[in-house]
Ligand binder design. Structure first.
Ligand SMILES: NC(=O)c1ccc[n+]([C@@H]2O[C@H](COP(=O)([O-])OP(=O)(O)OC[C@H]3O[C@@H](n4cnc5c(N)ncnc54)[C@H](OP(=O)(O)O)[C@@H]3O)[C@@H](O)[C@H]2O)c1
Length: 243
């Protein structure tokens, strides 16, 4: 695993769900101008299912996908009429925001399949890399950073890293908790894409902490000081040494 030193930090920094009542969803749902934003998810497992559920509760429409269409259909059926299921290509075409909720080893082949469709779109990447599961690409991601590695396979996509640093069981239990909200770190090179993802973090019931450019996402990838940190925004900023 990559060890993140304070010096590295300095360089980088430049640049089943809780039952949500309709009232809670309305109170914290998307801003009116964002209501039409659609979310396509590649992956319908723990991460895909959890994030889709939180966003559906906030008033968004989602499409879930996986290689197994049954898995995607079942995950969508659990979420009601605002969720649909399709193939990864259909979900990528559907989403204004496309989420890569897959093991990191799937990213090269998904890039080959989907990069044309995703070009220009916001590509939210919550995936992590583990050598025991993902093989050689885990070493590349540890060395170059997961965000820049994903970007390489999706040229022209507006890649933002978020939601990778917190276990989904924690995300499900802590969504919309009493103040202070749980912090979710966010990093990306495109300010408008980062802002949209920060809105999605808020809509899901968390407090976004923007760490900086995409390279700064090493701060909260496996091996980084912000990985698996359960903290509010002030505590997380202090842990990461950012303002
Ligand atoms: N679980 C957590 O708490 C957590 C938290 C933060 C980050 N993460 C990271 O998020 C990612 C997803 O984790 P997860 O826990 O959701 O895994 P998971 O429950 O095993 O789900 C993975 C999903 O990806 C799909 N998938 C795999 N390969 C694919 C491909 N080539 N094309 C399309 N879909 C594919 C799988 O369905 P098919 O096999 O049918 O395609 C499945 O729906 C991983 O990188 C993980 O390390 C997990």
């Amino acid at each position: 695993m990559t060890r993140i030193t304070r010096r590295t930090l300095g360089t980088l920094l430049v640049g089943s769900l809780p039952v949500l009542t309709r009232r809670a969803a309305l109170a914290t749902g998307p801003a009116p101008e964002r209501r039409d934003l659609k979310i396509g998810l590649i992956g319908a497992g723990q991460v895909g299912g959890t994030l889709a559920g939180l966003w559906v509760a906030a008033g968004y429409h989602v499409m879930l996908s996986a290689r197994s269409e049954d898995e995607a259909r079942e995950a969508a059926a659990r979420l009601g009429p605002s969720a649909s299921a399709g193939t990864p290509a259909q979900a990528a075409a559907y989403g204004d925001v496309v989420v890569l909720a897959v093991p990191f080893r799937a990213i090269p082949s998904l890039g080959q399949q989907l990069s044309g469709v995703v070009k220009g779109k916001i590509l939210l990447d919550p995936s992590n890399f583990y050598s025991f599961r993902d093989g050689a690409i885990a070493a590349t991601a540890a060395q170059d950073g997961a965000g820049p590695t994903t970007s390489r396979y999706f040229p022209g996509a507006r890649v933002v890293r978020a939601f990778n640093s917190i276990d989904m069981s924690v995300l499900r239990s802590e969504a919309r908790r009493a103040a202070p909200l749980l912090a979710v770190p966010v990093a990306g090179d495109d300010p408008a894409a980062v802002s949209t993802v920060a809105d999605l973090v808020r809509a899901a019931g968390f407090d976004p902490v923007i760490t900086g450019n995409l390279a700064s996402s090493v701060l909260f990838q496996p091996g980084g000081p912000g990985f698996e940190v359960r903290a509010n925004a002030a505590e997380l900023r202090s842990t990461l040494g950012i303002r």
